[in-house]
Design a protein around this ligand. Sequence first.
Ligand SMILES: [Zn+2]
Length: 324
Amino acid sequence: MTKALTLVLFFISLSNYATNYRYVIYTDQDPPTKANEIVRMFQNTVPFNEFELEFEVRQMPTEDLDCSRTYPEVPRIIECDTGHIMTSTFTDGFDQAMVVSDIEGYGGAAGTIPVISSSSPSGTMLHEYMHVLGFCDEYHYLNQQEADLYCRPSNFRRYINATVIEPLEGGYSGDEHARSEHADDIPWYSHISSETPIATSELGTPAGDMSLRNELGLFESATCEHATEQFSLWKPGSRDNIMRDVSLSIGNYAPIVREALQSLLTNSAANAEPKDPEGGENNGSSSFIDSDCPTNNVTESLPLHNKETGLMKGVIDGLEVNPH
Ligand SMILES: [Zn+2]
């Protein structure tokens, strides 16, 4: 009897853990061409296609999505009715919503819910969703005004592909020295091979060494080169990827994305387990509003945090439009 009960409990917990993570793409484009294209893109993209992810496209009327360009000075930012969309997401039993708005022109934004316009390339949605996972942009803010909006050292503490490390004044005796000093400051440290140096006599993986071009290491980032406040910003890779330009791929950041997804799914499964009748439908949703989730951290200190709803509705995406 006890054995049978244990077995039953085991299967229940197993099935909870294996619960698929469910994405919904709400769109007012009819037919939903762009949303379907985005589903195919995720299904064909490593590491997303290694996980049990479900994607569903649902129509939502334009007036319910309520997307608009709220910032005349940065017209590419699209804001929608996050509150309404979140409610639908939970009611419909999904874990994460994305929005494809049939609004004219190019545009995208991230926060709790990534949104793009239907005329933007599908890669824009991947880029925006990577923000939700905790990645920051890697393009160089073009001018001082734009750079100063983002480039504060404290802003970068919350991202998984950026870190601020001021090199030791006396330099380094070598790679081992740098690792013992800074390992804890590098969110992606576990993905740096022992063969890839993070320092020579100076901090940083030598960017000029072509044999290290595809490796994850500690590379200087020029994202904030135009900022008033100068600080030493570092990133995992030397090659450009989708966080620099939406027409590019995830590239060698796949292991970092994989880890972020693993953690998201583990949290989601853990959150799904305690069936609290009082908690109702909010149970499954807590994975992306918990304080330990990068989404929330990413949005907290960014300038466009929506104080009314408490939800971030739009990260300014500086140079989403491919400059070439
Ligand atoms: Zn971006």
